[in-house]
Design a protein around this ligand. Structure first.
Ligand SMILES: Cc1ncc(COP(=O)(O)O)c(C=O)c1O
Length: 385
């Protein structure tokens, strides 16, 4: 009864973890959930107000423009100009997404033929691989290794795979490793893509969540990037709007145009009222973003200091709300954490084979809960020694 492609799909990690969490909660366990990357903070009030006002206007109740309201696309272009100094044509180089997951899931449909290779960061956001499978492409895992600062080594990819590759997925600031990429890496990526005729999809979902004065770049700032690539981004993490489902794909006009043709045949666009509220988010004061980052930074510092005090080796991430930590065995450690201490973390293997030996903490819970998690780990002798 099921299509073969369903057999090839790995189980969606977070759906599996949700089932274990539900079971533990039913047993009465007070879980500290540091598993999923969904901000616990509320969407800023001025954005919620804008949605309420827009939703009361019957003009928003109809089918939206397939590619996004032009006013929304103009707001995205203005935000990119202001934030990264990149000039985008709102009509041709910007597309509204129903969250960036939707974009990542559908982009290969426009470019990947059965049997084409897609190069995907590993560990990486699982949708890079599943979208490749849906398009009947073949996924090649580009290992993100600690000794390479969690950047892929293009020279290490076998020549026949590079020759058969049509598209690649990378993303910095990176989920799950928390790594950031220097412009040098993006420039090398453009060169690699041009030399080998590969389309680059850069996932920039976390560009605004950063610390210690670090500001993440856009891939499109690299010289020549507009010739070879698309960047996906969304309002989910920046404005605590994961439930609203609004994002954007920006970049090369031909690529955006082709992807728009796919979307026109799949969905009917994001709710206009959400797009109007997103315009307010992108064009209004950005103080709310700085405020959220200050909260995450305090949590990051508490978690990292706590884990170090327990003898673990942890990197202090400059961006994202993830802490990627070395352990002996990802799944065993994750199971111990939930079964003994009631703490949910994500096993690195859930992000691909190169995630083995790591777990990911999401700092999407208040600092008091993070401190309690450290206390519980100590109590249960879960240490790095
Ligand atoms: C790396 C990365 N890309 C994309 C997404 C998708 O986010 P959204 O669809 O909410 O924009 C996520 C969400 O967790 C993510 O971690």
């Amino acid at each position: 009864m099921y299509a073969k492609r369903l057999d090839n799909l790995p189980p969606y990690l977070f759906a599996q973890i949700d089932a274990i969490k539900a079971q533990k909660r039913a047993e009465g366990v007070d879980l500290i959930d540091l598993g999923v990357g969904d901000p616990d903070l509320a969407t800023p009030a001025h954005i919620v107000d804008a949605l309420c006002e827009a939703a009361r206007d019957p003009a928003t109740h109809h089918y939206p423009d397939y590619l996004g309201m032009i006013e929304y696309r103009k707001a995205v272009a203005a935000w990119y100009k202001n934030r990264f100094g990149i000039t985008l044509d709102p009509a041709k180089e910007v597309l509204a997404l129903i969250g960036s997951k939707e974009g990542i899931a559908h982009i290969p449909e426009a470019f990947v033929n059965p049997g084409d290779y897609v190069l995907a960061s590993d560990p990486g956001y699982p949708v890079y691989k599943t979208s490749t499978l849906f398009a009947e492409g073949k996924c090649y895992n580009m290992p993100l290794l600690e000794e390479n600062d969690f950047l892929p080594d293009y020279d290490a990819i076998p020549k026949n795979i590079v020759a058969g590759a049509k598209l690649m997925f990378i993303g910095y600031p990176n989920n799950p490793t928390g790594a950031v990429a220097p412009m040098k890496f993006f420039n090398e990526t453009v060169e690699f893509a041009k030399n080998n005729d590969i389309i680059v999809v850069h996932d920039n979902a976390y560009s605004e969540i950063s610390y210690d004065g670090y500001k993440a770049p856009s891939f499109l700032q690299a010289s020549g990037a507009m010739d070879v690539g698309i960047e996906t981004h969304s309002l989910s993490k920046t404005y605590n709007m994961t439930g609203w489902r609004i994002g954007m794909a920006v970049g090369n006009a031909d690529l955006i145009g082709a992807f728009g043709r796919v979307k026109t045949n799949i969905d009917s666009g994001a709710f206009d009222a959400v797009q109007r509220a997103a315009i307010v988010a992108l064009t209004g004061s950005q103080d709310c973003v700085a405020h959220a980052c200050a909260i995450y930074q305090e949590r990051r510092d508490a978690l990292v200091a706590g884990l170090q005090s327990l003898g673990f080796t942890v990197h202090v991430p400059k961006a994202t709300f993830y802490v990627w930590m070395k352990v002996n065995n990802s799944v065993e450690f994750t199971q111990r954490m939930i079964n003994e201490a009631g703490i949910v973390v994500t096993p690195g293997t859930g992000f691909g084979p190169n995630g083995e030996g790591y777990v990911r903490f999401a700092i999407t819970r208040p600092v008091e809960r993070i401190s309690e998690a450290i206390a519980r780990m100590k109590e249960h002798n879960i240490t790095g020694n």
